[in-house]
Design a protein around this ligand. Sequence first.
Ligand SMILES: [Zn+2]
Ligand SMILES: [Zn+2]
Length: 308
Amino acid sequence: MAGRSPNPVSQTLSGEDNSRRAVERRLPGRARPAHDVLREYNEFNAKRRQRIPSILWIFVAPDPDGCYRWRVQLDCDCVTEVLTGGDDPPPSDHHWLDPVHQQRLPTGQLSCKHDDSPPAPYRQITERSDRREVSFPADPIEPPDWTDADTWAVVRRDKPHSKAFWTVALACGHVTEVPTDLTWKPTDGPRRVGPERQRKMTTEFEAFWATQPDGQSKQEQEHTRRMLADGWPMPRPEQLCYRCPDARLIVAYQRVGWLVPRKTLSTPPKQPSRAALQRRLERTQAEADRLRQQLAQLDTDKHANAAG
Ligand SMILES: [Zn+2]
Ligand SMILES: [Zn+2]
């Protein structure tokens, strides 16, 4: 989606705040042709159903006739279309998936990439939840593009190794993963360097910034200063948030309608009146009497024949 204005990082609001803030109104432009949207949904659904057991389709890959179309306007001014399961609640009340990072965004946010989006900001880690271990092979002998041979000789890992990856929530409401040593636990808290090492590191960084003013961006320099002042805590208490630059709030929405147009429902049969039910009962009783008489007549004839 193309940008129209300078793009600050979306202001982060809680879901309640955003659902109150988003308004239903007519949006500029027009909805996409219905048959295009339906075809794309069916193609997308056929693909995802290949890897989802059919018993779960109703929850995660539903038929198109339960999908409702909306046009939404984001706080970057872009207008796009979304589908929800059912026509309520509105899209500003949903947790949408960030398609790049495959993580749920806070309520009412959608990802919208702009060429002039700001760089990822640092955010405080507010919570750690899931942990998984990832094994890595030994690093290649040749240095990668981002470093020289001397540095690589120092940092290169010559044996396979493993890291723990923690799912963390950031102060902005976004979720990401950060690596730690396998042995580290949240109850350990961050490890810090001693006062002497802290002073030495600070002196070295001050010298680096003095001789190479462009050696670090302003944001990186501020992060480094916070780390130095705090005794270089590891794992770091703050993390770059790569969701923030593209996360936009839904500020308005417009109903488009069901993905599969609903047929006019036939009027349900009317409840019969008491008098009508009484008449039906009398007719049924009369019919039952007639059948009983017929049966009795058959029995009488049978006995008469047997006797004869
Ligand atoms: Zn946008
Ligand atoms: Zn964020």
